[in-house]
Design a protein around this ligand. Sequence first.
Ligand code: UT7
Length: 324
Amino acid sequence: MVIRARVAGVGHYLPERVVPNDWFATFLPTSDEWIRSRTGIERRHFAAEGEHTSDLAAAAARATLEDAGMDVDAVDAIVVATSTPDLTFPATATIVQQKLGMTRGFAFDVQAVCAGFIYALANASALIASGQAERVLVIGAETFSRILNWEDRTTCVLFGDGAGAVVMEAYEGEGTSADRGILATDLHSDGRYREILQVSGGVSASRTTGHLMMAGKEVFRHAVEKLSASTLAVLDKAGVGIDEVDRVVPHQANIRIIRRTAEKLNLPMDRVVVTVHDHGNTSAASIPLAMSVAAARGELRRGEMVVTEAIGGGLAWGAVALRW
Ligand code: UT7
């Protein structure tokens, strides 16, 4: 018998404002055609003035608890993956805790940029497996629109705002790959590459928030290579063959990265969840958002073998193998 963390519910929230690619062409030398063909993105959501990351996160959390039929009082911990916190401190997770009316347990943030949700899932899995928590709300939430440079067409067209969440609960498995829940995790980072995807400011370095900067082509190259390697590594740890994978939920940054990685793994695209056209790159929110949309479409069903993988600033990357 082993204690595993399994998904008890999933949900998401997207801000009301939808911004189509054409909007960028009103103030930048770009086009719907360029954005669509190079990235697969057609539209994204942007948060309203006064709508904060914690608001998106709390809305996604409420949808998730409803899906699980779980009261907030049953939750022992909240982990929020975000690189766009409401404030420098306290943790956005504690603001979410207050907004949900949760007065017990503990809450903290994880910062691994676009890989944040993978890191947060690994944390939740470890908290549950070690008996420190029985139910953990794992949220990815971002307002990247607040750190975009609107004069840089190479980055500002790529990102969107949103939040997604899962609630993980303890479950006694047999210790085989037939168990539901998280079977294996694979985390990596390499700070030598930190300058190819970073923000130009921060509390200690500049006392500013800064703007996102990216050497897109270089990140692209690392992404395909590292995501396919991490997917194979996590499946190996889980004792599951690539042919047994029912669904891949990749980080939604660029349809060309998603396709290229699937090709490298010999995985047909009908097993890959794609939402990038509707959301753009929502960083740490992208995977739980995609999971929630996929579950609603009937693309993620109980008992299915799922792999999820992401890469982002750090560089930080990784994958999680779980049976839904
Ligand atoms: O979530 C974290 C992980 N991030 C990623 O995974 C992003 C990885 N990178 C990418 O997705 C792609 O590299 C981009 C979408 C960022 C760029 O696509 P690309 O095919 O690598 O294009 P490129 O950077 O080679 O640029 C090609 C051309 C350039 O013009 P020149 O130098 O050939 O004249 C760019 O200036 O496209 C130009 N360009 C644009 N043109 C119209 C760049 N951005 C735009 C734009 N509209 N928005």
